[in-house]
Design a binder for this molecule. Structure first.
Ligand SMILES: C[S@@+](CC[C@H](N)C(=O)[O-])C[C@H]1O[C@@H](n2cnc3c(N)ncnc32)[C@H](O)[C@@H]1O
Length: 371
């Protein structure tokens, strides 16, 4: 499953990388090096496996980031926004590839045998699901991401609209930017709606919220088995498991519902790692499949609620009238649209190369009915 690469210890080692990047040609073990040395090797497709002090490795990684990530001034909307987006994605991919060339060796049982290294076993178990029988090489940047994700998983995210916390492991979409949940908490929910389908439930946050709003019968689906397990744990923690049935399934469950809700990926672009598939979806495939099947799965008088941001429009990835055309093609009509402005930090980050688009973003809940 993971590629093997030659190392300076005359052995081959498994190279584990979450993204779709090509593996390095080889890996060289080093106890000490500066950022320039690691970067020079990285540009020659050689990974550096750090064997010295863990904190020093983190400092070297931070220095590499400073050198590689040159700030881009972008307050002005560029003449060609689509090219600006694709250039940004390409730059991100190149930077990530280079930064991933500083690695550590993870021993059997997820042991990290380096001076001042933290215990990473629980964080790696969260990611891989089971212990490792042999050692492997892992980019330090990813290890740090796994550790951060594990802390969030333990701590959970407070969801105001839910009056509770949602716990999300690495690999499942996290409702960290939760403005769309405010829309779901306030959208008019017909008292006659007894059955709901939540398509692509992820952490289960939408299903849990609708259960808390009083819907007695909800079916939540997701194709990602990690998401299904995560949602089950969240439902049990929040005491709503009796109202929700979970299914690892593509799109719709059997039958019909009074309300069908979906928050698909918002950007029609290519993901570069499995975790990005919740954000990027080439050609808006899930959105189109959801809209295309909604009418056939709605009871008479039922509604489909679509959560979608217009960021794709500000990035030139979707024409302004395209969503309306998709509704028409799917024989759906908009009853009402609720809007909200993002509140998360990224929307106000002027150093973000996509700030010109993010600052204009609006998130919407479309209430649709079959025509
Ligand atoms: C943007 S996330 C939304 C997660 C959650 N509903 C929320 O709002 O926080 C999209 C989810 O759809 C799931 N997904 C993608 N394609 C799917 C499909 N064909 N059928 C069911 N779920 C799918 C992904 O695994 C992911 O969990």
């Amino acid at each position: 499953m993971y590629p093997l690469i030659p190392t300076s210890r005359q052995t081959e080692s498994e190279w584990r990388n979450q993204s779709t990047q090509k593996p390095p040609h080889k890996a060289v073990y080093m106890q000490d090096a500066n950022a320039d040395t690691v970067l020079k090797a990285a540009y020659e497709h050689t990974a550096t496996v750090w064997t010295g002090d863990f904190h020093q490795a983190k400092q070297v990684l931070a220095a590499m980031k400073k050198r590689v990530r040159k700030p881009v001034k972008s307050k002005q909307t560029p003449a060609d926004v689509q090219t600006a987006f694709h250039t940004h994605r390409m730059r991100q991919a190149q930077q990530s590839r280079v930064l991933n060339m500083l690695a550590v060796e993870i021993g059997v049982g997820f042991a990290l045998d380096m001076p001042r290294a933290p215990d990473v076993r629980a964080a790696l178990l969260d990611v891989y699901g089971e212990d490792n029988a042999s050692s492997f090489l892992l980019p330090l940047n990813q290890l740090l991401g796994f550790i951060g994700a594990h802390e969030w998983h333990k701590k959970g995210i407070e969801i105001g609209a839910l009056d509770g916390r949602i716990h999300v492991p690495f690999g499942v979409f996290s409702p960290l930017r939760g403005e769309y949940l405010d829309l779901l908490a306030t959208a008019p929910l017909d008292k006659r709606f007894q059955t709901v389908f939540d398509i692509g439930t992820g952490s289960g946050v939408i299903a849990a919220l609708l259960a808390k709003r009083g819907v007695p019968h909800i079916t939540a689906t997701d194709t990602n088995p990690q998401a299904v397990a995560c949602a089950a744990a969240n439902f049990a923690r929040l005491g709503v498991e009796g109202r929700i049935t979970l299914a690892e399934k593509d799109l719709f469950p059997e039958g019909r519902a009074d309300l069908i809700v979906c928050n698909p990926p918002w950007l029609p672009a290519k993901p570069t790692s499995p975790i990005e598939t919740a954000l990027y979806d080439p050609g808006h495939a899930m959105l189109k499949a959801f809209l295309g099947g909604a009418a056939a799965h709605l009871n008479d008088g039922g509604e489909a609620w679509l959560i979608m941001s217009d960021l794709a429009e500000h990035l030139g990835l979707r024409a302004k009238d395209e969503l309306d055309k998709m509704f028409q093609t799917a024989s759906l009509k908009v009853i009402e649209t609720l809007h909200i402005k993002p509140k998360h930090g990224k929307a106000f980050d002027e150093s973000d190369p996509l700030a010109f688009a993010r600052s204009q973003e609006t998130t919407s809940l479309y209430r649709l009915k079959a025509v």
